[in-house]
Design a protein around this ligand. Structure first.
Ligand code: ADP
Ligand code: MG
Length: 249
């Protein structure tokens, strides 16, 4: 789509929670860029600031200082109503919990964001997304009649339905067995490769990170490394080296 421009970017981002004895520096001067058409992973141990980074870059949480942009739009200065609109119109979200509405069918869940935005679906795009979700006649089923993996596929399709500029996913395979997890990761990767989407995925799982085009490593709220065309083994190896360093320093 816009191959040379950034889909999301942070410059010198800081996020501090609490004050005094309970003060936690969750993000420490984070500058990072995600490009259009990229499948990127934010990787790091539990508590390293992955979710905080995603929330700050996606306008779900406020920053303490620094800047964050979606495309050309600086988001740290937006008012709440503008942020709500930006998230609705330009960003797709996938979380560890599938967050589907139980009374709607799978298909109704997928088209819900379009209904809420009052937008006419791009039928051709929607047909592609619905075909890619691979649920066949189960599209008419309710979430409780679907497996965890199928529910998360619906949640990914829901994020894709509005054809957002960028999808942020926080531990999307965290509640799934490895086989269902592999299906979701393949679906996300195909949405980048075949549908031209941009996906930023937070994960602590080297296998999940191995599906991405690029991995950004966080430790103690800082970007400490980056890996292009990663394999699960290379990611695991990198993580082990950080842990060893942490123990000796
Ligand atoms: N709402 C909050 N209030 C206080 N501390 C928080 C809050 N959210 C996260 N933290 C702290 O910020 C750090 C980073 O958290 P988080 O971004 O959730 O890490 P990760 O997603 O990598 O596991 C942790 O030390 C965590 O305890
Ligand atoms: Mg997290």
């Amino acid at each position: 789509m816009h191959p040379s421009t950034s889909a999301a970017r942070s410059v010198g981002l800081n996020k501090v929670y609490g004050a005094g004895e309970t003060r936690v520096v969750a993000l420490d001067n984070v500058s990072v860029e995600f490009r259009h058409g990229e499948f990127a992973a934010i990787m790091g141990p539990s508590g390293s600031g992955k979710s905080t980074l995603m929330y700050c870059m996606a306008g779900l949480d406020s920053v303490s200082s620094g800047s964050a942009a979606i495309g050309e739009t600086e988001i740290t200065t937006l008012k709440e109503a503008q942020l709500t609109r930006l998230r609705r119109d330009r960003i797709g979200f996938v979380f560890q919990a599938f967050n589907l509405l139980p009374t709607l069918t799978a298909l109704e869940n997928i088209t819900l964001p379009l209904d809420i935005a009052g937008r006419e679906p791009d039928q051709e795009w929607l047909a592609k997304v619905v075909a890619a979700v691979g649920l066949g006649e189960r599209l008419e089923h309710r979430p409780s009649q679907l497996s965890g993996g199928q529910q998360q596929r619906v949640a990914v399709a829901r994020a894709l339905a509005t054809r957002p500029e960028i999808i942020f996913a926080d531990e999307p395979t965290g509640n799934l067995d490895s086989r269902s997890g592999a299906e979701i990761l393949t679906f996300l990767r195909n949405s980048v490769r075949e549908l031209g989407q941009t996906v930023v995925m937070v994960t602590h799982d080297p296998v999940a990170a191995g599906y991405a085009d690029r991995v950004v490593f966080l430790a103690d709220g800082r970007v400490v490394d980056e890996l292009t065309a990663p394999t699960a083994d290379a990611v695991l190896d990198r993580m082990r080296r950080f842990e060893a360093k942490g123990r000796t320093s």
